[in-house]
Design a protein around this ligand. Sequence first.
Ligand code: CO
Length: 141
Amino acid sequence: MIGRLNHVGIAVPSIEEAKATYRDLYGVPESAITETRELAAQGVKFAFVNVANSQIELIEPLGPDSPIARFIERNPRGAQHHICFEVPDIYVARDEMVVRGAKVLNEPRIGAHGTPIIFVDPKNSNGVLIELMETPKAVRG
Ligand code: CO
């Protein structure tokens, strides 16, 4: 069974503008918003907005070849992209999902939190792209 909801992923055309939305409209203090980093291997920039019980993961395409570039073309102002649940072991989770008939979209790879992740086809989950992420072993950051 899946564990806690780790984050909600929002794809945006500009992380800096999205940060301003959470800061200025929703009152999130600057100290709860991380700096923007690049995950070149996955073609995205990302930053986290920490809220009381979870995180918002802001993702922005690094370039026109980014896997989320088309998503932004279809949603030019940004949109919810995925939600992420923690699992204790990503390989066990991957194998269980396959046995249950789900389509796992990638081999486990290191995600923005530094722990391995997989994505499950939205067709298996009521149209929602689901990320499963191995629970970080260290302190959450
Ligand atoms: Co994510």
